[in-house]
Design a protein around this ligand. Structure first.
Ligand code: NI
Length: 248
C-alpha cells in the first residue's frame, strides 16, 4: 500500500500487523543531455511502487531532493546541504517512528546521498528520548543498484559505457516507466570522461554535458523493464528479512 493513498485509520491498522516501511529517496539533478532531472528519485520510486502490491509493502512518500551540490552548475538541479538533509531525515524518521514504524528502509537512487544518509542515521540513533520505551528501532539504507542480482544484470547489459552518472541502467528504468519522456541526443564523446567529484563549477568544467563515464544511448525501455522486475523481487526479499530481524 502507498501511504499517500491511505487514510490514518488504514495506517493505524497496518502498523498493528507490520512496523516496516519503505521510503524511496533520491535527488533532483541533471542527468546529462537526455536523462530526466528526476531520474534519481524516480528509479527507487518506480521500483518501490511496482513492489508494494506484490510484496505487501507499505511505501511512504518519496524523499525527492538530495545532496547534489556538485550538479548545481546545471539548470533544474536542486540540492539540500548535508546538514539540511540530515535534519529533514531525522524529522521524517522520528514522525514515522512515533506512530510505530520502527523498521524504516530507505531505497536510494543517488550515490551522492549515501554519506549524508549514513550521517543522518547516526544522528537519529544518537537520540534516546523518543525511543527509550521501545527497542528494536532500525534504519536501513539500500541503493537500488545493490539489490540482489541487479548490479550483475547491469554489468551484463552494459559491459562498456555504464559509467557512474547518467548511466544507461538508470536512464533505462525511467524509459520503461515514462516512455513518453524518452529523449535523444548526439553524444560527443560517445562515452563520457571520468574523474573526481568536487564543487559545482569544477564538475561542469570536467563533465560539460553532465555525464560521467556513461553512454546513455545504450538505454532501452526493455532493459529498464528487466532491471525493474529483478529489483522488485530483491526489494521484497530485502524487506522481508529486515522486518523479520529479531529485536535483540
Ligand atoms: Ni543518477
Amino acid at each position: 500500500m502507498l501511504l499517500a493513498h491511505s487514510t490514518w485509520p488504514e495506517i493505524e491498522a497496518r502498523i498493528a500487523r507490520s512496523r516496516a516501511i519503505v521510503i524511496p529517496i533520491g535527488s533532483n539533478e541533471q542527468h546529462g543531455p537526455t536523462g530526466l532531472l528526476g531520474t534519481d528519485w524516480m528509479c527507487p520510486e518506480i521500483i518501490a511502487h511496482a513492489a508494494h502490491d506484490k510484496g505487501d509493502l507499505i511505501v511512504g512518500p518519496t524523499f525527492n531532493i538530495g545532496m547534489a551540490q556538485h550538479h548545481l552548475g546545471f539548470p533544474g538541479s536542486i540540492s539540500l546541504r548535508p546538514s539540511t538533509m540530515i535534519a529533514a531525515l531525522r524529522d521524517w524518521s522520528v514522525s514515522l517512528a512515533g506512530h510505530g514504524f520502527d523498521r524504516i528502509y530507505f531505497l536510494n537512487g543517488h550515490g551522492g546521498n549515501v554519506a549524508t544518509i549514513e550521517a543522518a542515521f547516526s544522528e537519529i540513533y544518537s537520540e534516546s528520548s523518543w525511543r527509550a520505551e521501545r527497542r528494536g528501532f532500525a534504519l536501513k539504507l539500500r541503493n537500488w543498484w545493490d539489490l540482489p542480482g541487479v548490479g550483475k544484470l547491469c554489468e551484463r547489459l552494459y559491459p562498456q559505457g555504464h559509467g557512474s552518472h547518467a548511466t544507461p541502467s538508470e536512464i533505462a528504468v525511467t524509459q520503461f516507466a515514462y516512455p513518453q519522456s524518452i529523449k535523444a541526443a548526439n553524444y560527443a564523446p560517445q562515452i563520457a570522461p571520468t574523474g573526481p567529484i568536487r564543487e559545482a563549477l569544477d564538475f561542469r568544467a570536467r563533465y560539460p554535458d553532465g555525464r560521467m563515464g556513461s553512454d546513455p544511448g545504450l538505454a532501452t525501455p526493455e532493459a529498464g523493464g528487466q532491471i525493474v522486475a529483478l529489483a522488485v523481487d530483491g526489494l521484497i526479499g530485502d524487506m522481508r528479512s529486515f522486518e523479520a530481524e529479531p529485536t535483540p
